[in-house]
Design a binder for this molecule. Structure first.
Ligand code: B12
Ligand code: SF4
Length: 479
């Protein structure tokens, strides 16, 4: 079946040699730039297929500039390319719409393609949210993206392109995503295109250089689209390939720290242990941390002690609520008692600093339960805590439920921020949610033990400025 022509191009074969892969500027007041690993993998796949690829990280290019989005659009329009691929998380939708509109206004005929978590959560419905985009991908796209560009160059049908969402016969068609088993075959990441040496340092004084060991998540938390992006089946790279990548980063770019961004490395105990053992044996002496929230129930003290020996200094742990009832509503499959015991063991038995992730305002949560979460956070041996406001992500079970209840009319993702500027989707009001959010931060951080440990973390004035900017942003609810 022939697909209808892309909005930016006429029908028939066309040249799509020059591909620009773009990471949008973060939508939040205090975003922190990270090299985009997914784009690094895609760049490798496209170069193997003979394309001329560049990666443009608009988050980095506009880092801490005033009016970042205006500057980002200008930079985008200055580039030459036949196809542009945006990586998109759901909060990026408003920027992507502006960017594609700006390209069309400038009469640029480049094919506009999107992929990443935002499109993956929506599948065939993505064009309702991003109407001017030509093509979208769900899931991993190392196979699909080069295949699409080949079809466009040949003027051939797209029916067999894995993960592709496209317009055809007056409607929208979506092919199932391909989740590749042999992750080693996808590498190496195109680190030279990502330029990791250009990235700023984080709160702990290290740049966040993302690395994955596994992909996929077998859980189904109602608010999350993780498994739609990375698949439900966990797959893993060989630990030896991860060590080779780290050695390359050290040798070529002088990188000495990294972040494991897997959804759930510790679910597969054998892989998790082998990774720690190989890293320790490598003698590379990296400082590293876990970036995405670990499931506490998958941790144990010996594993965390191994990680500490291998250089791990920090881990985000996903706790989400201090109420067992709310955890059950979220379908977290988490048990508060077990979680507390494990966290205490890990905190007592290692020096790995722990940051707890919590969600306030989950549909069904009461004010009393939100307060339970705040009290629970204070009771745990956490070094830091982040209180996200619940934001319904289109495509997730929580979003569908709210939609079925008719509570998402006039819903605008651009108006809502995970960091506190969200409207309330539970029984209490939006001002109450904002008040609880502020209280959570004040009550967690304004304690002598926590203030003292924050002061001990500060190693530079720049770090102090970042922390102060973050605190002001949260307290003033700038998102
Ligand atoms: C690191 C990270 C970040 C970092 C850095 C992002 C970056 N530059 O990489 C920062 C801090 C900026 C961040 C912020 C946020 N994040 Co985040 N993040 C991640 C994390 C942990 C890892 C991303 C990663 O490197 N994955 C590994 C690589 C290999 O996969 P990938 O990026 O998905 O890329 C593959 C495919 O998606 C696809 N693809 C990706 N881009 C493109 C582009 C094109 C053109 C094509 C064709 C295909 C394609 O192909 C790639 C190769 O297979 C993921 C969880 C996860 N494990 O993926 C969450 C995740 C992406 N984040 C999420 C969320 C919710 C957020 C925040 C909203 C708030 C928050 N809670 O942190 C903000 C939003 C910021 C924004 N700009 O909108 C959700 C996304 C949900 C959604 N529908 O958008 C995820 C899935 C976590 C989760 N399980 O809920 N995040
Ligand atoms: S929140 Fe974490 S454990 Fe739950 S489905 Fe998402 S990635 Fe998996």
């Amino acid at each position: 079946m022939e697909s209808t022509p892309a909005a930016g191009r006429g029908p028939g074969p066309s040249t799509v040699r020059r591909v620009l892969l773009v990471s949008p500027p973060g939508p939040f007041a205090y975003s922190s730039a990270h090299p985009h690993l997914g784009l690094g993998y895609l760049s490798t796949a496209l170069k193997r297929a003979g394309h001329d690829v560049r990666v443009l990280d608009l988050d980095l290019e506009t880092y801490r500039k005033s009016r970042p989005q205006g500057r980002a659009l200008q930079l985008l329009l200055q580039q030459e390319f036949d196809a542009v691929g945006f990586t998109v998380m759901t909060p990026d939708f408003p920027f992507i719409n502006k960017a594609v509109a700006a390209l069309r206004d400038a009469r640029r005929t480049a094919v506009a393609i999107v992929g990443g978590a935002g499109p993956s959560c929506l599948g065939a419905r993505i064009f309702e949210y991003l109407p001017q985009v030509d093509y979208a991908f769900v899931g991993e796209a190392e196979t699909g993206l080069p295949a699409l560009l080949a079809r466009l160059e040949q003027g051939a049908p797209c029916d067999d392109v894995p993960g592709l969402v496209w317009r055809a016969d007056g409607g929208v068609r979506a092919n199932p995503a391909a989740f590749i088993d042999d992750l080693d075959s996808l590498g190496p990441v195109d680190w030279p295109a990502l330029q990791p040496q250009r990235y700023p340092i984080d709160y702990f004084g290290f740049p966040t250089i993302p690395v994955t060991v596994t992909r996929g998540c077998p859980f189904s938390c109602n608010y999350c689209g993780g498994a739609l992006t990375g698949g439900r089946r966990m797959r893993s790279r060989s630990p030896a390939a991860v060590i080779d990548e780290l050695a390359f980063l050290r040798r070529t770019f002088g990188v000495a720290s990294f972040s494991v961004v897997d959804d759930n490395l510790t679910v597969n105990k054998a892989v998790a242990r082998e990774f720690g053992e190989k890293l320790l044996a490598s003698g590379l002496n990296f400082k590293w941390r876990f970036y995405a929230g670990l499931r506490v129930e998958t941790l144990d003290l010996p594993l965390m002690q191994l990680y500490e020996k291998a250089g791990c200094y920090f881990a985000n742990v996903a706790i989400e609520s201090g109420s067992q009832r709310v955890l059950d509503l979220m379908n977290r499959k988490s048990n508060l008692e077990r979680l507390t015991t494990i966290l205490r063991e890990v905190a007592a038995g290692t020096n790995i600093k722990l940051m707890g992730y919590f969600i306030l305002g989950y549909p069904g949560e009461t004010v009393a339960e939100a307060r339970e979460s705040i009290a629970f956070a204070r009771s745990l041996p956490l070094h830091l805590a982040s209180f996200f406001s619940f934001v319904p992500i289109p495509g997730t079970a929580a979003f569908r439920q709210l939609q079925d209840e008719g509570r998402l009319e006039n819903y605008d993702i651009g108006r809502n921020s995970f960091y506190g500027r969200s409207e309330s989707f539970t029984g209490y009001s939006t001002p109450t949610l904002h008040r609880l959010h502020r209280q959570a931060y004040l009550r967690f951080y304004l304690r002598p033990r926590v203030v003292y440990s924050l002061i001990r973390d500060l190693s530079s004035l720049a770090q102090f400025r970042r922390l102060a900017a973050r605190a002001v942003s949260v307290l003033l609810r700038r998102g």
